[in-house]
Write a protein that binds this ligand. Structure first.
Ligand SMILES: *[C@@H]1O[C@H](CO)[C@@H](O)[C@H](O)[C@H]1NC(C)=O
Ligand SMILES: *[C@@H]1O[C@H](CO)[C@@H](O)[C@H](O)[C@H]1NC(C)=O
Ligand SMILES: *[C@@H]1O[C@H](CO)[C@@H](O)[C@H](O)[C@H]1NC(C)=O
Ligand SMILES: *[C@@H]1O[C@H](CO)[C@@H](O)[C@H](O)[C@H]1NC(C)=O
Length: 435
């Protein structure tokens, strides 16, 4: 190739030679065609082609890489060495119209000064709702002290079951990444989620974990979803319209992908910083290609991250098959999980899960969770080791801030450790990865 190139430029550099050498040019053109013909022939016989290419091409002797979109020339950032300090979490809490106060309540229940919070109110929400949310965040003394709560100002139009939901999650992850790069896990929640453990419990339990683990409920056994999810083609008007409209279906159906394997599971997950880096920066084409594929997939939040993580060799071994949520489905299951109430309290606690959904805005069960599991006073954030003020006469202990790396884990931490131990056991961890 190099020789041919020299020959080519040599004969073209001077116009005098060019005129004289019409014949060689013709020979050269034929030489070129010959070369490309040869190249074409060679690519058909990969065994010999390997000699011509610096990168490996699948040959009969070495088995082909299972998924052609995955290259291995670039690697994710190295996992930070185990730190003596507790991990940091980046949360997305999103909601749609009239969810502002529910978002604020979930935020107070999840608050810790070391974490990051991105709050998103759908573009469809009223200006009053948006003002309420921004105003409450701005005048909250604790949030302002640590400046770790951010309300998304360029709000997205999010269509239920549409790809704009995934785009919104990626947007929040990108905001969290650009604001600071010191967090360890990204957690996607909505206004109707609520924690069942304190952040001290969660941070304490997670401080013992390798920071590259991804908690994501998934399976490749897609069953009925093959017919109802993988084959249909949908369009989400939220991608290009200014007003909300439901997704619509195209009459034509498509075949199952052969370039990557489909996985499906819960839309709730806890993803590692390195996996978020991988999805946002996109140095491999896999996250981008799969994203474009999922643009026309109904309920893409239940498949996008699952399919990416399990088709990326460098991440499939980091999956823990759980969404860390308590979610109760009716029997037979309907489109939405049932709303949790006081009757579900015992089952929620016994599940050892750190999060539950879904709740009505001001259901009494949330007050019970605040009182019994989180020790959260009305209108206050959940107290932790960093709160050193007085609790007397109903005052907020977190109005006086101590050392924010001091954790005071309680019984919630024990419950969560029980769950994590079981998820990482020999029967559960490796055997349930990407199968
Ligand atoms: C993220 O959170 C929202 C909650 O608003 C949810 O609907 C969505 O499905 C979640 N998951 C993903 C992968 O985007
Ligand atoms: C993932 O685990 C499998 C089986 O334990 C192992 O063969 C493979 O090398 C691991 N891959 C990576 C990238 O660590
Ligand atoms: C609590 O209230 C009582 C009476 O209302 C008062 O005597 C006491 O000083 C208060 N304590 C604090 C710490 O504010
Ligand atoms: C905060 O607490 C940590 C862990 O207990 C300790 O190592 C650190 O020195 C403390 N920092 C301050 C400023 O007291």
């Amino acid at each position: 190739m190099k020789k041919l190139k020299h020959y080519y430029s040599h004969h073209h550099n001077s116009s005098e030679q060019q005129r004289k050498c019409i014949f060689p040019v013709i020979t050269m053109i034929s030489l070129f065609s010959l070369f490309f013909l040869l190249l074409f022939a060679l690519t058909l016989t990969p065994l010999s082609a390997t000699r011509f290419f610096p990168f490996p091409i699948s040959t009969a002797t070495t088995p082909p890489p299972p998924y052609p979109f995955v290259e291995s020339k670039l690697f994710p950032l190295p996992i930070p060495p185990p730190s003596p300090l507790p991990p940091r979490l980046a949360y997305l809490i999103s909601g749609s119209s009239a969810d502002a106060s529910a978002i604020l309540r979930t935020l107070s229940a999840l608050y810790h000064p070391r974490n990051r919070y991105v709050l998103h109110l759908d573009r469809d929400s009223s200006p009053e709702d948006r003002r309420l949310l921004t105003h409450q965040v701005d005048r909250h003394l604790t949030f302002q002290k640590f400046r770790n709560v951010r309300v998304v100002t360029k709000a997205n139009l999010v269509t239920y079951r549409g790809p704009t939901m995934v785009a919104n999650t990626l947007h929040a992850a990108a905001i969290a990444l650009t604001e600071s790069d010191d967090w360890d896990w990204f957690i996607n929640l909505s206004a109707s989620d609520y924690p069942l453990v304190t952040q001290d419990d969660l941070l304490h339990a997670f401080s013992h974990l390798p920071r590259d683990l991804n908690f994501i409920d998934h399976t490749s056994d897609i069953g009925w979803k093959d017919h109802q999810r993988a084959r249909p083609i949908i369009i989400d008007p939220g991608l290009y319209m200014t007003k909300k409209q439901d997704v619509f279906w195209i009459t034509q159906r498509r075949s199952r992908p052969t370039a990557f394997k489909l996985f499906t599971g819960s839309a709730w997950m806890v993803l590692s910083r390195s996996f978020i880096d991988y999805c946002i920066w996109g140095w491999d084409n896999l996250p981008r290609t799969v994203l474009m594929y999922y643009t026309n997939f109904i309920s893409s939040p239940e498949g996008y991250f699952h399919t990416v993580v399990c088709n990326a060799q460098e991440f499939k071994n980091t999956t823990v098959n759980s969404d860390l949520h308590f979610i109760a489905w009716d029997n037979p299951p309907r489109q939405h999980p049932h709303y949790l109430s006081l009757d579900d309290m015992k089952r929620m606690v016994d599940s050892n899960a750190p999060f539950a959904r879904k709740f009505h805005g001001d259901d009494p069960v949330l007050d019970k969770i605040d009182a019994e599991l989180l020790s959260r006073g009305p209108g206050m954030v959940v107290p932790g080791g960093w709160c050193i003020g007085s609790r007397l006469n109903g005052s907020d202990p977190c109005s006086v801030v101590g050392n924010t790396t001091v954790l005071r884990p309680g019984p919630g931490s024990k419950r969560l450790e029980t769950l994590i131990k079981s998820l990482l056991s020999d029967e559960n961890f490796r055997p349930k990865q990407c199968v």
